[in-house]
Write a protein that binds this ligand. Structure first.
Ligand SMILES: [Zn+2]
Length: 259
């Protein structure tokens, strides 16, 4: 996304270079979400595991808009949501419960994204969930799980059931609540949230239109969900999509490193 030279030039003296790179990427992602309106006031989170760390994560400081997040003000927390450098008052501990449960249980899930966008909550509130009847939904075939609503997620007791609901899937619809993606890196999580978001938006519009919606065959869904690698022989699709989204949102390195 940014050249290694730019990353080195802006990296604070006391910070590990890979953590700084991760901070730049995460701050950029918050700002991309802001540019798209995928925000819920000061709530919701995108979290990443700190590189070369098993138990430390980066999260947005509680109280800021997504557009105010920078590489510097991201908070490093442990699995309990305690600030690693004495900044626990800046963390929405209740909101982090979902993220910490999945980060701990899924060692491959280095990035977790959770949103309350209207189209996502609308689909999450429908009895039949996501309809497999449009281009984007077909891409998600076989990757999606559901978790029943138990009330606002503020209790540790739900963590085990949440993890069980997600299993080994990438995408989770939190029924009556919102959307969640757990991926191995941030560009991947962004990509799949884009697809899930598009699927939900199309479904909401389809439901508002007169006449039946054309169903898709299971075969067409399977072909769609398996076919992505054919458009991505260099395995760089997720990074390209994310970098383009950052450019499109007009996010500059200078804005991300502002103090
Ligand atoms: Zn939520």
């Amino acid at each position: 996304m940014f050249s290694i030279g730019d990353v080195r030039r802006t990296c604070p003296t006391a910070m590990n270079l890979s953590e700084w790179q991760s901070r730049l990427e995460l701050a950029a992602c918050y700002r991309v979400f802001d540019s798209r309106g995928w925000t819920e006031e000061i709530f919701n989170h995108i979290t990443v595991r700190v590189p070369e760390s098993d138990q430390h994560y980066l999260i947005n400081p509680f109280g800021l808009n997504y557009g105010e997040v920078t590489a510097h003000n991201l908070v490093k927390v442990n699995a309990n949501g305690d600030g690693v450098s004495g900044t626990s008052d800046l963390v929405n501990r209740a909101g982090f419960i979902i993220h910490s449960a999945i980060h701990r249980a899924r060692k491959d899930a280095h990035c977790i994204v959770h949103t309350h966008h209207t189209a996502g909550v609308a689909v999450a509130s429908k009895q039949n969930g996501l309809a497999m009847d449009n281009f984007y939904a077909a891409l998600l075939y076989g990757k999606l799980a559901y978790h029943e609503f138990e009330g606002v997620t503020v209790h540790d007791g739900e963590q085990e059931r949440l993890v069980a609901s997600l299993g080994e899937k990438t995408l989770l619809i939190l029924r009556n609540h919102g959307l969640l993606v757990a991926e191995r890196d941030l560009p991947g999580a962004f990509y799949w949230m884009c697809m899930l978001q598009r699927a939900c938006e199309v479904q909401v519009l389809c439901a508002a239109m007169a006449g039946p919606t054309l169903a898709l065959s299971i075969e067409a869904c399977e072909v769609s969900s398996r076919g992505l690698h054919k458009t991505d022989p260099g395995n760089a699709l997720y990074s390209k999509v994310f970098a383009a989204a950052v450019r499109r949102a007009g996010i500059t390195l200078e804005a991300l490193v502002a103090r």
